[in-house]
Design a protein around this ligand. Structure first.
Ligand code: SAH
Length: 218
């Protein structure tokens, strides 16, 4: 990385301003805010966009995919945590790996599945650069989850699903939480599913906009 790239625009101060904005937007989980203060979001976007990395927008990461806006990353992580320590977490849609890196600071173990191989290669290089040791990735279609590793205390889907995949519900631990954008067309409802001892409880939270959850791996 060039020494001059975005000095001032990518600094700790810029991240602190982002955290201030997240508080104004209603994020209250201090563990999530601390994680987002620590993760250098600008390394996950192309150098030409690095100066915009801390704005509250989603940005392109290539191959028609986007890095989610900071508010959404914070909100989904807060919902997943529910103010409690997380053990094992599954993420569907690694993308550039930013959300994964935030998760790695709030959970013991993070598993992440991405269907586009070149994105995963880049994400892995970021995980190495940040020395994240509790993240494991898999190239594949996340609809199937990771039955060999389940159950998970939290599952987060970072692409818009037309329906809640049955297989992901099965891989939730009792007391576990699934956070997933659900809907057809361009917009979805951010949805929380909690696994109770005998049933599932579904809560729809707010309108969101994600790239679609697609089938198959490429
Ligand atoms: N969490 C990411 C968001 C990336 S956008 C970040 O912080 O950058 C959503 C990602 O989901 C894309 O990379 C897309 O390729 C991936 N995706 C879509 N459908 C998928 C599927 N069925 N399985 C795994 N990944 C999928």
């Amino acid at each position: 990385m060039s020494v001059h790239a975005g000095i001032g625009m990518t600094s700790q101060r810029t991240r602190e301003r982002m955290i201030g904005r997240l508080r104004e937007q209603g994020i209250t989980d201090e563990v999530v805010l601390a994680a987002m203060l620590a993760v250098p979001r600008h390394i996950f976007v192309e150098e030409a966009l690095a100066s915009r990395a801390y704005e509250d927008v989603s940005l392109p990461i290539g191959l028609n995919q986007t890095i989610s806006q900071p508010y959404i990353v914070a909100r989904m992580t807060e919902l997943l945590r529910d103010n409690k320590p997380l053990g094992r977490v599954l993420e569907i849609g690694t993308g550039c790996g930013y959300q994964t890196s935030v998760l790695s600071r709030v959970a013991n173990e993070v598993f992440s599945i991405e269907r586009i191989a070149p994105l995963l290669t880049k994400a892995k290089s970021h995980f190495r650069e940040l020395r994240l040791r509790n993240v494991k990735v898999k190239h594949g279609d996340g609809h199937q989850g990771l039955p060999e590793v389940a159950p998970f205390d939290g599952i987060i889907v970072t692409a818009g699903a037309t329906h809640i995949p049955e297989e992901l519900l099965r891989q939730l631990a009792v007391g576990g939480r699934l956070v997933i954008p659900v809907g057809s067309g361009g917009a979805q409802m951010l949805t929380l599913v909690e696994r109770l001892p005998e049933s599932y409880r579904k809560t729809e939270l707010e309108a969101v906009k994600f790239v679609p959850l697609l089938s198959g791996a490429v």
